[in-house]
Design a protein around this ligand. Structure first.
Ligand SMILES: [Zn+2]
Length: 287
């Protein structure tokens, strides 16, 4: 049975910490390097629900995409929700390791998993990592479709293939426009809109798109007739858990470790319900 330090060293080959953004907080949050690891759980969010699942499963290591602490803290008291997470982990001998923007940037990374879930052919990173001479790593991915789809059809495919959320997929732009090329970015993609425009793709699938950037983006039709597809943040990153679990499985086989690797199916999207507007209801219109 491998020790935590050996498993972490293997994970570091997939997602070296130096690939993370400077503001990020990746790596091991909780764990004794000498503890033995037999069972690993992958999830997007290090929240109590997921930690409770790890306890129930008998996991020795929880690997999440999102950091537990992104900024400094002065307390891990169990009276705070993050402190309770820390307490539960330590009391149950479960280590926590985070691979966030280093996993975004990796090849394959978070956006490759998203593209793979939708059967999109990855052509290149949307924003290549300048430190990668091969140009394979970076943020987001530019993809091609084997057969063109309308924006509406692409959104339907995303709604069908990504884990179900109350939001589903929102579309900005013409739902009947043809899509041959699409940029994808797991997680919040607001900051990549200029790169998407420069890439000249027909559509962009991401999460957390806000009113003003989306409005400005779709209004500028002279430069960009492209459509935006907005999914739930958690749903766009969840496919990475399956990819990462398969990668660790392969490493485990290679080392003869016989690790049991699991992917959490718990929905940690914070949005729990959705009320559709009445079709005829517009501001000021009589009911
Ligand atoms: Zn995220």
């Amino acid at each position: 049975m491998p020790r935590l330090s050996e498993v972490i060293a293997a994970l570091e080959t997939l997602w070296p910490a130096e690939w993370a953004e400077s503001w990020d907080a990746v790596g091991t949050v909780v764990g004794d390097p000498d503890q033995e690891v037999a069972r690993v759980l992958f999830a997007v969010d290090p929240v109590q629900e997921i930690v409770d699942e790890a306890v129930k499963l008998g996991a020795d290591l929880l690997v999440t995409h999102h950091p537990l602490y992104l900024r400094g803290t002065t307390t891990v008291a169990a009276s705070t929700f993050k402190g309770r997470v820390v307490h539960t982990l330590i009391k149950n001998d479960i280590a926590l390791h985070v691979a966030h923007t280093n996993a975004d940037r990796a090849d394959p990374g978070v956006s490759d998993a998203l593209a793979g879930a939708l059967d999109l052919r990855v052509v290149r990173p949307l924003v290549p990592d300048p430190t990668d001479p091969e140009g394979r790593r970076g943020l987001g991915r530019v993809c091609e479709l084997d057969h063109p789809l309308t924006v509406r059809e692409l959104a339907a495919r995303a709604a069908e293939r990504l884990p179900a959320t109350t939001q589903g997929i929102r579309i900005a732009g013409d739902p009947e426009a043809q899509v041959r090329t699409v940029a994808v970015s797991g997680g919040s993609g607001d900051s990549l809109l200029d790169d998407v425009r420069a890439a000249g793709v027909d559509a962009f699938l991401t999460a957390d798109l806000r009113h003003h950037p989306a409005s400005e983006f779709t209004a500028d039709r002279a430069h960009s007739p492209l459509a935006l597809l907005d999914a739930a943040h958690w749903a766009t990153e969840w496919p990475w858990c399956e990819l990462a679990a398969a990668q660790l499985d392969e490493i485990s086989d290679r080392h003869g470790w016989d690790l049991r690797v699991h992917v959490s199916k718990t929905v940690t999207d914070p949005w729990t319900a959705h009320a559709a507007s009445a079709p005829t209801q517009t501001p000021g219109a009589p009911n």
